[in-house]
Design a protein around this ligand. Structure first.
Ligand code: PAF
Length: 283
């Protein structure tokens, strides 16, 4: 496994691999790797000859200093895990390496970045857009893999790559969950056992939504019921519950006219911000 921290070294290696005609799969991460990341990496390994994983906690996508400071950083453990998976290349740039100067160019995702996460994390997706653009340029992958737990991120990155003709296929990989239903996240490391139990309300609420739709219950009453579940749950502080059309992230008020929908939730348990979603194809 080659661990590189200089962009020039990565670019040189990628040029050599391209000359050999190797296909490249890329998994960008912020470290604190868990089974969710490993499922992205496994998919990348299945579909490409060479896999590159990056580990970089991107300051541009945090709008809260404390959240950035508290983000788990366990690089040695991460590298051990990646070695076991026989990863070819790991890119671990420093902040100075990736941002020798603060970029003056920004990625504006328009309206789609002002809803859901964008409503509560101002500037977040602009920061994600910049770092993902830089990493895609450096890695020049055939395919890049993103977790569908961050559904809005996946949708926006895919849109950016289509709009700007990035030659990379953007692939979304399903959320990995604990047996309790809690979606795996690097942030879960900051939860106590009690907190982990309390956080399962998110999955329970999403499941309630799914069963309501499958039983063709009235949309408003499902929404009301799930909101009540969240508001009355001990230890859970709901930030938002929204039902959107995944095509443009516009909010939907009925499921009769749409072919697919996503129920998106964000909230806090023990001061840790958690997100999750349920995607449903209806027709
Ligand atoms: O999903 C993440 O871990 C990050 O947002 C990403 C895509 C690695 C960009 O920093």
């Amino acid at each position: 496994m080659r661990v590189l921290s200089a962009s020039i070294e990565l670019s040189n290696l990628i040029s050599a691999l391209k000359k050999e005609g190797k296909s490249i799969g890329f998994v960008p991460t912020m470290g604190a790797l868990h089974e969710g990341h490993f499922s992205l990496i496994q998919r990348a390994k299945d579909e490409n000859e060479v896999v590159v994983v990056s580990i970089f906690v991107n300051p541009l996508q945090f709008n809260n200093e404390q959240d950035l400071a508290k983000y788990p950083r366990i690089i040695e453990q991460d590298l051990e895990g990646l070695k076991k998976l026989n990863i070819d290349v790991v890119f671990t740039p420093s902040e100075k390496e990736l941002y020798p100067e603060k970029p003056v160019v920004s990625i504006d995702f328009g309206k789609m970045a002002t809803v859901l996460e964008g409503e509560f994390r101002s500037g977040h997706f602009e920061g994600v857009g910049i770092v993902v653009s830089k990493l895609l340029h450096l890695t020049q992958p055939d395919r890049a893999y993103f977790g569908l737990k961050d559904l809005q991120q996946f949708i926006l990155i895919r849109k950016m790559c289509t709009d700007l003709n990035f030659p990379t296929e953007i692939i979304g990989v399903g959320t990995v969950r604990e047996d309790s239903g809690l979606a795996l996240s690097s942030r879960n490391a900051r939860l106590s056992d009690k907190g982990r139990k309390e956080a399962t309300i998110i999955f329970k609420g999403l499941n309630r939504f799914r069963s309501g739709i499958l039983k063709k219950e009235d949309f408003d009453s499902i929404l009301k019921n799930v909101n009540e579940m969240f508001f009355s749950a001990e230890g859970f502080d709901l930030e938002y519950l929204r039902v959107v059309d995944p095509a443009d992230l516009s909010e939907i008020k009925s499921y009769d006219t749409v072919t697919e929908l996503a129920v998106c939730v964000a909230g806090y348990v023990e001061g840790v911000r958690l997100i999750d979603n349920l995607y449903l194809r209806l027709k």
